[in-house]
Design a protein around this ligand. Sequence first.
Ligand code: SDX
Length: 416
Amino acid sequence: MTKANLSLNGTDYEFDVIVGSEGEVGVDFSSLRKTAKAISYDPAFGSTGACSSAITFINGEKGILRYRGYAIEDLAENSTFEEVMFLLVKGELPNAAQLKAFKSQLAEHAEIPDALVEQYKALPKTLHPMAALSSIMVSLSGYYPTTGDEDQDIIRLLAKMKAFVALGYRQSKGQDFVQSKNGENYIADFVEMMFGKTSPALEQAFDQLLILHADHEQNCSASTVRMVGSSQANLYASIASGVNALWGPRHGGANQKVIEMLEMIQNDGGDASKYLSKAQDKSDEFRLMGFGHRVYKNFDPRAKIIKIAADEVLDDLGLDNDETLDIAKALEKAALEEEYFKARNLYPNVDFYSGIIYRALGIPTDMFTVMFALGRLPGWIAQWKEWNAEPKSRIHRPRQIYTGPTERKVNPISER
Ligand code: SDX
């Protein structure tokens, strides 16, 4: 085992070095506090590994993303979302018999209780769909108490999530919710539950979008699911915490903000240069939404695939002269030529083009992140399951460096 040496306050310490299957190197500092009476300090975890994981690999410099070793481009082209759900949660792509059994399990659990539909309808009409999804998610233990049979709880949640999304969509349109009729075919069933009809083009577009969003290693929401799961909170509470983390505009909420930004540029005459300047102005809080990434310092491979899909979907739908897409492409081109973005390796991420497709497919802007959550559910579950299966899994409890007042006494209020 390779070692790393640290010299601190005149004493030398050595720590184990672990190397992952793709050659990533980590220094195991778990004994640092006990041996050197010091902690590692990395507030946004930019250089900190919270776990080892066999689920997803990202090489941010090369723009590589693989689920369980399969390249995202390969999966987007040659698999279905049902197969990717199976792959992420169980570790292997299903064979024909396994897929058939999985599909019938998804069908068996596809319905949701009428009481839950009524519960959703009773929520404030002004409530953001991500807040509604989170409230439904955390209430599931009231309808389906976790049974101790983890696989049963997982398949049930995978089966029902599309109904929560369809329920939110139908509610937003003032339409009655329609229960699953064709659970054996996850995507066709979902599209029918949403729009009352389906088509091969719609199914292909949604299938690919959900595959592209299915997991992304230790992103903010997946790390939150692990954090909450480490307290042994149940599956639904852990996933609800992931929904809440994903909602933020720095994370999954960016897809809604991208469209709002593009529409703002469109309404402001379509000239992107003003917004490119604002994005570079440190005194301006405006950020180019859909650009930049903590890990990708090259193109987000998902953004490349979605950009092509955006053209195809808009063309299929006869919307190929979509001004918003034109503005997005002009913005992307201009940004990639600006020194500010080049110097910081800021490229379009998964959220930059997804909103354009979701809008073309009839998804309301405030439901874009709910669509992201539908895709990300198998990834969150896989991360939660992997953490819980860890023999030495302990509660997540980071340390801190205290910078507040040193000890002082309470004096009488008359003296304050
Ligand atoms: C997702 O982690 C994941 O895997 C997430 C995700 C997943 O699948 O789970 O990939 C999904 O969340 C994608 C990201 C969606 N968010 C957005 O598009 C919001 C806009 N992007 C930024 O807020 C930002 O890029 C983040 C949040 C994505 C990343 O933030 P970091 O890693 O903390 O980077 P940073 O803020 O330290 O930026 C480094 C520099 C700074 O400038 P300097 O201080 O060096 O001068 O780049 C600048 C930043 O100001 N910068 C931007 C920018 N993003 C970074 N400047 C303008 N516009 C931007 N979008």
